[in-house]
Design a protein around this ligand. Structure first.
Ligand code: B4P
Length: 190
């Protein structure tokens, strides 16, 4: 299986680039952000828990996320590969993903880190907030999400560096140009 982790701070373009990657490489897509928003709109118990964290710009607890991913991976056994978008966001999640994939004799093929400066992230997310209707796309929550990224999520970079599957990508520029760099990184991992 070709398993790609697309990584980066909030607003770095993970969701945007995932759409292109899925199409080109014919991968299944797991976006924890999308899964959580679906739970919220379905008014499920998980959705109620998730909303209380997302609205504050905090991460949803690892056990909730890992349980959700476990179910989803089971349903994708036999797929050509998977793009993990917005997951893992903590080292505990990265360790859990290793274990879940190992159960299927698989592992992460490449981790692509979209590097974007903070000012650009804030600008993009404020712009998205004008139309997205997302409760977390406002200045206060955006600032909080970026600081949570720096303290809790960025250590995941060293986890994948140690596994020798880490690729840094310049995430500023045209969506197509960034996609070319990502494609080259994925081709190199095949
Ligand atoms: P996510 O849904 O994963 O969203 P995100 O980090 O905000 O955005 P992304 O990087 O995908 O940006 P996008 O492509 O849309 O997470 C939301 C929340 O859910 C988290 O804060 C957390 O609370 C919770 N959560 C999710 N996963 C979790 C996990 N594993 N553990 C715990 N909690 C979890 O791009 C943003 C904007 O930039 C768009 O408007 C886009 O058009 C624009 N853009 C993209 N590329 C561009 C470019 N090259 N140039 C200019 N603009 C660009």
């Amino acid at each position: 299986m070709l398993n790609v982790v697309i990584f980066g701070p909030p607003g770095s373009g993970k969701g945007t680039q995932s759409e292109n990657i899925i199409e080109k490489f014919n991968l299944a897509h797991i976006s924890t952000g999308d899964l959580l928003r679906a739970e919220i709109s379905g008014h499920t118990q998980l959705g109620t828990i998730a909303k209380s964290f997302i609205d504050k710009g905090e991460l949803v607890p690892d056990e909730t996320i890992i349980g959700m991913i476990d179910n989803k991976i089971e349903s994708l056994v036999g797929a050509k590969g998977v793009i993990f978008d917005g997951f893992p966001r903590t080292v505990a999640q990265a360790e859990a993903l290793e274990e879940l994939l190992a159960e299927h004799n698989s592992k992460v093929s490449v981790m692509v880190n979209l590097e974007v400066p903070k000012e650009e992230l804030v600008e993009r997310l404020l712009k998205r907030g004008e139309t997205s209707g997302r409760s977390d796309d406002n200045l206060e929550t955006i600032e909080k999400r970026i600081s949570v990224y720096e303290s809790q999520t960025s250590p995941v970079i060293d986890f994948y560096k140690a596994k020798k599957v880490y690729k840094a990508i310049q995430g500023v520029g045209s969506v197509d140009g960034i996609f070319e760099s990502i494609s080259a990184a994925i081709e190199g991992a095949k």
